[in-house]
Design a protein around this ligand. Structure first.
Ligand code: IMP
Length: 430
């Protein structure tokens, strides 16, 4: 396979960063196509833990080119900090290794403020990351957003900031009763980003098409997960971009037919951060064990993640939505100590059973999980690299996952390090 899309098929935090990092070795170009600094991709490389919010995880590989596509909303301050951090660790040795779409929308200070204010007012809290993602995408769709190309032009940028501030300050002052922004402050701060952005900004669509023409291998790095998708997720408890594989194309400008393979990433159990329905959520010791053993705390906000058993009902839906060709099962080692492991294969509402999730959050709230139970393996999987070395009970769990999901499992993760990985099939070599 030449061009591979990697997507999360639960509620995000599935471990995409680790897989992207591993597969980057086989790719030439790694592309982010949606979301922004709400993402937190954690990679453990050379014994060092690195969390990336904006820059594709492939940046840790010396000779690869990383692209931030047009579908991403970029916070210039996070971008600057991430570049500085990576440079100090010796990772970005040539600036040409990082490209930023001139069409990407820029997160402004009022986006971040409005994100926080919206969450604090009213009863319908989404539990956002507070990174300004929703308000920035609102402006993009409302055709008043500011793109990287606008920021590069002093005059256009000033005009657009002025227009936006009229509206945003009205909202902030009159509706939220908070401090408005000063035009001059924004112009001054964002002026300092201009030189930096200019160094990386380019027509990434042209770059990717040239790459495709030259038979380069491209890896598309999804952020968040399928059930945080603005259309297909548990609306309104979702993020503001399309996280499904279909958005690889519009978020980066490559035609759908140039994507050869979709790799779905999911945990051996389920987690979610923020509000919203979660049928298999655990409130007991089992959930606590998952959180502690799996270090289930948000890498962007530090919030504890809600934990629960694997939910095959939603995962099956995600496989359809994304057209998943193969799966990675992450964090199997987190289940090492359980006597019994459960997998939800159906939902129950009253006396009726369902194998398809309701499309509305209210409906999903009413679903009770129906579980199949498996004997635990009660031994450490940490660091296992060969499928044959897995204990029989772990193989039984994996086999049942493959059977119920009707999808091939390509990779199994047995620990956070690059090395703790069982690669059954590498999609780039198939
Ligand atoms: P927003 O993307 O910050 O607007 O947050 C909307 C919802 O998506 C909240 O429930 C967040 O917790 C969730 N979310 C956003 N980004 C991520 C992520 O990278 N991992 C997991 N959840 C996320």
């Amino acid at each position: 396979m030449k061009n591979i899309g990697v997507v999360g098929i639960q509620w995000g935090d599935e471990g995409k960063g680790k897989i992207i990092d591993i597969l980057s070795e086989y790719a030439d170009i790694i592309v982010r196509f949606q979301g922004g600094a709400n993402a937190g991709h954690t990679i453990v490389a050379k014994g060092q833990k690195i969390i990336l919010h904006l820059i594709p995880s492939g940046i840790l590989h010396e000779d690869k080119v990383c692209v931030i596509g047009n579908g991403v909303v970029i916070d210039p301050e996070v971008f600057r900090q991430e570049i500085e951090k990576l440079k100090s660790l010796g990772y970005i040795t040539h600036d040409e290794r990082l490209l930023l779409s001139t069409m990407a929308h820029v997160i402004m200070p009022y986006h971040k403020k409005l994100d926080v204010l919206k969450e604090s007012k009213g009863t319908k809290k989404i539990g956002t990351t507070g990174r300004g993602i929703g308000p920035a995408y609102e402006d993009k769709v409302g055709r008043k957003g500011i793109r990287v190309i606008d920021l590069l032009n002093k005059k256009i940028f000033s005009e657009k900031v002025k227009q936006n501030l009229e509206e945003k300050n009205f909202l902030i002052k009159k509706f939220y009763k908070d401090q408005p922004f000063k035009f001059r402050d924004i112009i001054r701060t964002y002026g300092t980003y201009r030189k930096l952005l200019k160094r990386y900004a380019t027509d990434t669509v042209h770059y990717l098409h040239t790459g495709i023409g030259r038979k380069k291998r491209i890896l598309f790095e999804g952020a968040q997960g399928t059930f945080l998708d603005i259309d297909h997720g548990t609306y309104p408890y979702v993020t503001s971009s399309n996280t499904v594989a279909g958005n690889i194309s519009s978020g980066s400008g490559v035609p759908p037919k140039s994507i050869d393979y979709i790799l779905g990433i999911c945990k051996a159990y389920t987690t979610r951060v923020g509000e919203g329905p979660f049928p298999t959520e655990l409130f007991d010791e089992s959930g606590k064990t998952m959180r502690e053993k799996g270090v289930e705390f948000g890498s962007t906000t530090g919030r504890p993640r809600r934990c629960g058993w694997f939910d095959a009902v939603i995962v099956k839906r995600a496989l359809q939505l994304n057209g998943v060709d193969g799966l990675c099962i992450m964090k199997l080692d987190v289940l090492d100590t359980f006597d019994t492991i459960k997998m939800c294969t159906r939902y129950k509402i009253g006396k009726r059973f369902f194998t398809r999730p309701p499309v509305d959050s209210q409906g999903l709230e009413k679903c009770e999980p129906v579980y199949e139970e498996f004997a635990g393996w009660k031994t450490s999987l940490r660091g296992i690299t060969r499928y044959d070395d897995l204990p029989e009970n772990a193989k039984r769990y994996i086999k049942r996952l493959e059977e119920i999901l009707e999808t091939r499992i390509n990779i199994i993760s047995t620990g956070p390090e690059r090395e703790s990985t069982i690669i059954i099939n590498n999609p780039f070599n198939m």
